[in-house]
Design a protein around this ligand. Structure first.
Ligand code: S3P
Length: 440
């Protein structure tokens, strides 16, 4: 029994059980990028012709996006190897006959709101319990400023949202948050406005919308933290290859860095600078990561990452770096718990409005494992180096919490269980088996 792979038979268990791990060794290709997969469907639907998408993320969030566009008359073939979107152009969507359901996906809800604001038909948009608690005022405000007719059904600034036809005007929006979802919603509404629309952010957020719209033929300019779009372009279908998701690669970066003796090659990872903050933080913590075979240019840059175990030390994660690693903070916190010394995470109050309140869900679960961690208003302080103990982890139905603590359990003494472990289906359905395959 002792030689058994500790996580090999977890797939069947209602809660995942993990015990201290052997080294991780070998190669892994993580699934396609979630942000880019969403955009490929949305923008492909608004382009004329067939957009063929390779390496599309078959996670629940991206499938929600497909289903919303199917309900608006877009034919989408999904044969797993390839997703083909039969786009009908900027004005080709038709009125859905039922409420659009966005599941757990903030990206679907916010980006689609920008598109729906410009349509000649009314829509009702809603999602799961978590989505109906997340702030939508951040898109309602700028879209209303453009003239959109968009309301929160319950008047609480959250979904369900009711969006009705209205003429849109181009605006300049000074966004109070560095959020690619807000920026994208406004730029997408800008496709249907009477004049140019621009968004200035406090710090540059991920720029996949700008890159992909440009690739499809839109005029989008980016100058520092400001992006500007010209309305009514002819968008033309293109082939899109979705790079591996650095947010999913992050779990293997962390696991290989903290489990002694590990060496893992993570192939085909998107390393767009607006997403790759984890590489900078890992480097500052003393991680050993080599970027091999760098490729791609204008579209989305890609590399293979060779990660080897190295003793980590604490660091400060703050400021302009935060938007480039916002989804990786749970796993960075796990790395920090394994590192020697103090890690401070600051300027990350956005964590509170993700799929769970990640300041709470990360610190609660780390405490259960015996880590020395203190939540703060905009982050957390972790005194690393205490040995971790197995614990009953609650994922709070947040995919990134489940995956982060599965990785933490690899260095914990004793058994860890993860409640609602299957929430990883949101962004990485094969996460547990992919991780198990590296531990032989
Ligand atoms: C995303 C943007 C980020 C990120 C989310 C995906 C996107 O959210 O947390 O997982 O695809 O635009 P915010 O824009 O709210 O920061």
């Amino acid at each position: 029994m002792t030689n058994q792979n500790p996580i090999s038979d977890m797939q069947k268990a209602p809660a995942i059980r993990v015990e201290k791990s052997k080294p991780l060794r070998g190669e892994i290709t993580v699934p396609g990028d979630k942000s880019i997969s969403h955009r490929a469907v949305m923008f492909g639907a608004l382009a004329k012709g067939d957009t063929r998408v390779q390496n599309f993320l078959q996670g629940a969030d991206c499938l929600s996006t497909i289903s919303c566009f199917e309900k608006m008359g877009i034919r989408i073939e999904n044969n797993k190897e390839e997703v083909i979107i039969h786009g009908k152009g900027l004005h080709g969507l038709s009125a859905p006959t039922e409420t659009l359901y966005t599941g757990n996906s903030g990206t679907t809800t916010r980006l689609i709101s920008g598109i729906l604001a410009g349509q000649p038909f009314s829509t009702r948009l809603t999602g799961d319990d978590s989505i109906c608690k997340r702030p939508m005022k951040r898109v309602i405000d700028p879209l209303s400023e453009m003239g959109a007719d968009i309301k929160s059904e319950n008047g609480n600034g959250c979904a369900p949202l009711l969006i009705s036809p209205a003429s849109l005007r181009g605006i300049h929006y000074n966004s109070p948050v560095a959020s690619a979802q807000v920026k994208s919603a406004v730029l997408l509404a800008g496709l249907y406005a009477d004049d140019k629309t621009s968004v200035t952010e406090p710090v540059l957020s991920r720029d996949h919308t700008e890159r992909m719209l440009r690739m499809l033929g839109a005029s989008v300019t980016s100058e520092g933290v400001t992006a500007t779009i010209t309305p009514n372009p002819d968008l033309t279908a293109q082939d899109i290859f979705v790079p591996g998701d650095i947010s999913s690669a992050a779990y293997f970066i962390a696991a290989a860095s903290i489990v002694p003796g590990s060496e893992v090659l993570i192939k085909n990872v998107g390393i767009n600078e607006t997403r790759a903050g984890i590489l900078k933080v890992a480097d500052a913590m003393g991680a050993r990561i080599e970027l091999l075979n760098r490729r791609g240019g204008d579209g989305e840059p890609v590399a293979d990452l060779l990660v080897s175990y190295a003793p980590l030390h604490g660091t400060t994660v703050s400021g302009e770096l935060i938007p480039a690693l916002i989804d990786e903070i749970p796993i960075i916190a796990v790395m920090a718990a394994a590192a020697e010394g103090t890690t401070m995470i600051k300027d990350a109050a956005e964590l509170k409005v993700k799929e769970s309140d990640r300041i709470f869900t990360v610190t609660e679960n780390l405490k259960k494992m015996g880590a020395d961690v203190t939540p703060t208003e905009d982050g957390m302080i972790i005194e690393g180096g205490r040995p971790l103990m197995g614990a009953a982890i609650d994922s709070y139905l947040d995919h990134r919490i489940a995956m982060s603590f599965q990785v933490a359990s690899l260095i914990a003494r004793g058994e860890t269980t993860i409640k609602d472990a299957d929430c990883v289906n949101i962004s990485y359905p094969t996460f547990y088996s992919d991780l198990a395959a590296l531990i032989q």
